[in-house]
Design a protein around this ligand. Structure first.
Ligand code: ATP
Ligand code: NCN
Length: 188
């Protein structure tokens, strides 16, 4: 079985996230993509993200779009959400013949040298790095990296939050996610 971990703040999850996950699944014949919202993103000041439960619910709604997508609560909890812990937990559930990947955008991968136990992270999985307009990334020595180059989607959660806050129309969200945001009065 081929599985990818796709972690993120997902505040909120948007169409580029889903496109990236679908494209990776198609190209690498992945059986499953685990979408793992980070309860406490290690590189962001605490208290600046939308409640974990709302972000998880939106990921859950978005995952209904593709049978290969699975929302995961592996990074639920109080402490910092470190990717090495997530990778180790997923590995413990897989069999030795399974293949595990970590799906990530170029902007996030460019920062990987600063991650918790980064050398171990780099040794633990193969990365699928998705190009993102405006971001170049060096490949650390010894890292196993596959580039996914054809996507160039200028969509970001921060721009979507800005539009929602200022009342502009938003076209970059799956319908059920936009409905959830409206129903719960998020990002106003
Ligand atoms: N448009 C995009 N193209 C390719 N990868 C993306 C895109 N948007 C997000 N990603 C990747 O998806 C993962 C989760 O991203 P994240 O939840 O931080 O969204 P974001 O849009 O980058 O948010 P923000 O604008 O708040 O930084 C990261 O690996 C990120 O690089
Ligand atoms: O483990 C770490 O130290 C670490 C530091 C920064 C980011 N990450 C992971 O990188 C992924 C993308 O993060 P983000 O917040 O940019 O969406 C997500 O899975 C994070 O948990 C992980």
């Amino acid at each position: 079985m081929k599985v990818a971990i796709f972690g993120g703040t997902f505040d909120p999850i948007h169409n580029a996230h889903l496109r990236v996950a679908r494209e990776a699944a198609d190209r690498l014949s992945l059986d499953r993509v685990l979408l793992v919202p980070s309860a406490n993103p290690p590189h962001k000041p605490s208290g600046t993200t939308t409640a974990y439960e709302d972000r998880f619910r939106m990921v859950e709604l978005a995952c209904a779009a593709d049978a290969r997508f699975e929302p995961s609560r592996l990074e639920e909890g109080q402490g910092k959400s470190y990717s090495i812990d997530t990778i180790e937990r997923v590995k413990a559930r897989l069999s030795p013949s399974d293949q595990l990947y970590f799906l990530i955008g170029a902007d996030a991968f460019a920062e990987i040298g600063s991650w918790h136990r980064s050398a171990e992270v780099l040794g633990a999985v193969e990365f699928i790095v998705v190009s993102r307009p405006g971001y170049a990334y060096p490949i650390p020595p010894g890292a196993r990296v596959r580039g996914l180059e054809t996507l160039a989607l200028v969509i970001s959660s921060s721009e979507i939050r800005r539009k929602l806050d200022s009342g502009e129309p938003v076209e970059e969200l799956p319908d059920p996610v936009l409905r959830y945001i409206r129903d719960h009065g998020l990002y106003q």
